[in-house]
Design a protein around this ligand. Structure first.
Ligand code: FES
Ligand code: FES
Length: 156
C-alpha cells in the first residue's frame, strides 16, 4: 500500500507516493529525475548507487524509502552545486575512470573520505583509498589512476 514520503534531496524537499519498501534509488531516478545515481547490481554489491544519507555514504538500491523519510540525501548532482568537488577535479586531471557508470558511486564514497581527511589535516594514503573503495566495482582498469587522484584530492 502506498504512503507519502518526504525526503530532503540536495537541499530541496521532495515527496513521493510509493510502497514503503521502494528503494531510494528508484525515487531519485524515476520520480525526481536525478539520474546521476546509477543502478548496477541492485543488491548492495557494486557501489554504483552510492549517495549520502545524512552525510554517510549509503547504497540507495537497498535503502527503503521508509528509512530515509525526513532525512537529508545528497546525490552526485548535489555534490557539484558549489562547483566540482576536489575529487572530481583530481579524477579529471588524472583522466581516471572511463565509464561514467561506476564513477558517480566512487565519487560519492571518496568525496566523503576526502572531506574528512582534509578537515582533519590527514591526507589519505593509497591503502586508505583502496580500503575505502573496496565495495566499488570498476572493470575498466583505471584503478591506479583513480586511487592516485583521490590521494591527491585529500592532500588539498
Ligand atoms: S546498485 Fe546498489 S550496490 Fe550495486
Ligand atoms: S570507471 Fe567505470 S568501470 Fe572503471
Amino acid at each position: 500500500m502506498s504512503e507519502t514520503f518526504t525526503v530532503v534531496v540536495n537541499g530541496v524537499q521532495r515527496s513521493i507516493d510509493a510502497d514503503p519498501s521502494t528503494a531510494l534509488l528508484w525515487a531519485l531516478r524515476d520520480a525526481w529525475g536525478l539520474t546521476g545515481t546509477r543502478f548496477g547490481c541492485g543488491a548492495g554489491s557494486c557501489g554504483a548507487c552510492t549517495v549520502w544519507v545524512d552525510g554517510v555514504p549509503t547504497h540507495s538500491c537497498d535503502t527503503p524509502l521508509w528509512s530515509v523519510a525526513g532525512k537529508d540525501v545528497t546525490t552526485v548532482e548535489g555534490l557539484t552545486e558549489q562547483g566540482p568537488h576536489p575529487v572530481q577535479e583530481a579524477l579529471i586531471a588524472h583522466q581516471a575512470g572511463q565509464c561514467g557508470y561506476c564513477l558517480s558511486g566512487i565519487v560519492m564514497r571518496s568525496a566523503a573520505a576526502v572531506d574528512e581527511a582534509r578537515a582533519a589535516g590527514k591526507p589519505l594514503a593509497e591503502d586508505d583509498v583502496r580500503q575505502c573503495l573496496d565495495g566499488h566495482l570498476c572493470r575498466c582498469g583505471a584503478h591506479n589512476r583513480i586511487v592516485r587522484a583521490i590521494v591527491e584530492a585529500s592532500e588539498g
